[in-house]
Write a protein that binds this ligand. Structure first.
Ligand SMILES: Cc1cc2nc3c(=O)[nH]c(=O)nc-3n(C[C@H](O)[C@H](O)[C@H](O)COP(=O)(O)OP(=O)(O)OC[C@H]3O[C@@H](n4cnc5c(N)ncnc54)[C@H](O)[C@@H]3O)c2cc1C
Length: 412
């Protein structure tokens, strides 16, 4: 089961180890009082505390300088050129450190995403390079109060008026809307054209704040991320060069982007599941109940065995799917075979659900100690519960898998 990383990845994993020790761990030590206390982790408004935010940004920039932050992107735009299969091991390494500041080592939805691959040559210096380098952050705004699982319900519009695009809408449940330097927004430009109705726009958030771009509330999520919120577009005026890719090409870009999010679940959930398994085994060995270690009870042993089964199955499935995916062109490509689409949905569904079951058992086996907020066990449980919603819910993944098998509820 212990499927090893390819040889070319070994020095990168060592580099990450050194980077974590030099750049991440010292900042975590300094901010321990905030990282281990949800009241200190957020500010009075419920947003990520500025000190935590600043530390994350410092790590992103340092990781950018070291060439770690964008290892997943192609070299032609400044990335490391790793395949998704190779990135599995990088992501597994980065998340193996738990839930401190370590996730900031790698680009996430607020950083260098595959949407950048669709920017034109002349857009690269201004819009792409700073995100690839971790110098700036962005948000990806697709969801709206009335459009989540089905983006065809979208109401945000971009209408061409006297040479400029005028955007209006309300985007909700967005990661990083308050801190992002760059906004990526999906809007309807060509209603009634099915998948060709949507266009992606990018804009400088600071330049438009109060001038067409207005922050809404921050959401109090169950995992206290302090990063999720809403915003409003009120006659936001943008030029043609704000378009990412082509007019009408937004749906394909959104799917390329979301596919990346889904595939990224594999290394992340594997690492966090293993983290929980290791700590649970440790606890089952050291915790005595009724004069003997908890782990000597067969009922407990079977629960631990089920945790390992869930982790190992999702990991093996993910690696097989990612390997199959390598053979079918660039991972950010917009033309995917039904098998590719199914594999991506299988990765997200299997990882999200198995990680959730692992986390649930870890909490149960830790007893009252697992219920306490501000423990890593509990935090990972909250995160695991959350993961089953963003990036396409469990149900959306099941529907996608069924559709690749020719089962459709509408049309055809
Ligand atoms: C922490 C967090 C961060 C997020 N970050 C972003 C972000 O950065 N950018 C962004 O654009 N969005 C983001 N989202 C939004 C996320 O993508 C949506 O929440 C998700 O797609 C589900 O949409 P919804 O919440 O509107 O639920 P709904 O679409 O209302 O669905 C509710 C429930 O019904 C189920 N359901 C829906 N349709 C069907 C069906 N046909 N058959 C069976 N069941 C169905 C769903 O699976 C779900 O369980 C984020 C969400 C969260 C929680």
């Amino acid at each position: 089961m212990d499927i090893k990383p390819p040889a070319r990845i070994a020095p990168i994993l060592e580099q990450i180890e050194r980077f974590h020790a030099a750049e991440v761990r010292p900042r975590e030590d300094k901010l321990r009082h905030r990282l281990e206390n949800h009241r200190e982790y957020l500010d009075a408004d419920g947003r990520l505390h500025p000190e935590v935010q600043a530390a994350r940004r410092e790590i992103m920039r340092a990781a950018g300088r070291e060439g770690i932050f964008s290892l997943h992107l192609p070299q032609e735009i400044g990335g490391g050129g790793l395949t998704r299969h190779e990135m599995f091991f990088v992501e597994e390494k980065v998340y193996s450190y738990g839930v401190g500041l370590n996730p900031a080592m790698l680009a996430w939805t607020d950083g260098a995403t595959p949407r950048l691959m669709f920017c034109r040559e002349e857009q690269r210096a201004r819009w792409v390079a700073p995100l690839v380098a971790g110098e700036k952050t962005c948000f990806n705004a697709v969801t709206e109060p009335g459009a989540g699982s089905n983006l065809f319900d979208m109401k945000t519009t971009a209408v061409k008026k006297a040479e400029r695009w005028v955007l209006n809408g309300h985007k909700s449940l967005i990661t990083n809307p308050f801190e992002a330097d760059v906004g990526h927004v999906l809007a309807v430009t060509d209603p009634g054209k099915g998948a060709h109705s949507f266009t992606y726009f990018q804009f400088d958030t600071a330049a438009h704040l109060g001038r067409g771009f207005r922050h809404g509330r921050v959401y109090k999520t169950m995992f206290d991320d302090g990063l999720t919120g809403e915003f409003f577009l009120e006659d936001l005026a943008l030029d043609d060069d704000a378009i990412i890719g082509e007019r009408g090409g937004g749906f394909q870009i959104a799917m390329a982007s979301i596919n990346w999010t889904r595939m990224r679940r594999a290394g992340m959930c594997s690492a966090w599941s293993k983290y929980l398994i290791d700590r649970t085994v440790e606890r089952m060995r050291s915790r005595d109940v009724g004069g003997r270690p908890l782990g000597s009870n067969q009922g407990v042993q079977w629960m631990v065995a089920d945790m390992v089964l869930d982790w190992a199955q999702a990991r093996a499935l993910s690696l097989a799917c990612l390997q199959a995916f390598e053979a079918s062109g660039p991972w950010w490509g917009t033309r995917r075979s039904p098998e590719d689409i199914r594999n991506i949905a299988l990765i997200k569904l299997s990882n999200d659900e198995s990680f959730f079951r692992v986390a649930d058992r870890a909490v149960q086996l830790h007893g009252g100690a697992g219920i306490m907020k501000d423990t890593t066990i509990n935090k990972l449980f909250q995160i695991a519960r959350n993961l089953r919603i963003p990036g396409g819910t469990d149900e959306v993944q099941r529907t996608t898998i069924a559709e690749t098998l020719g089962l459709r509820s509408r049309g055809e």
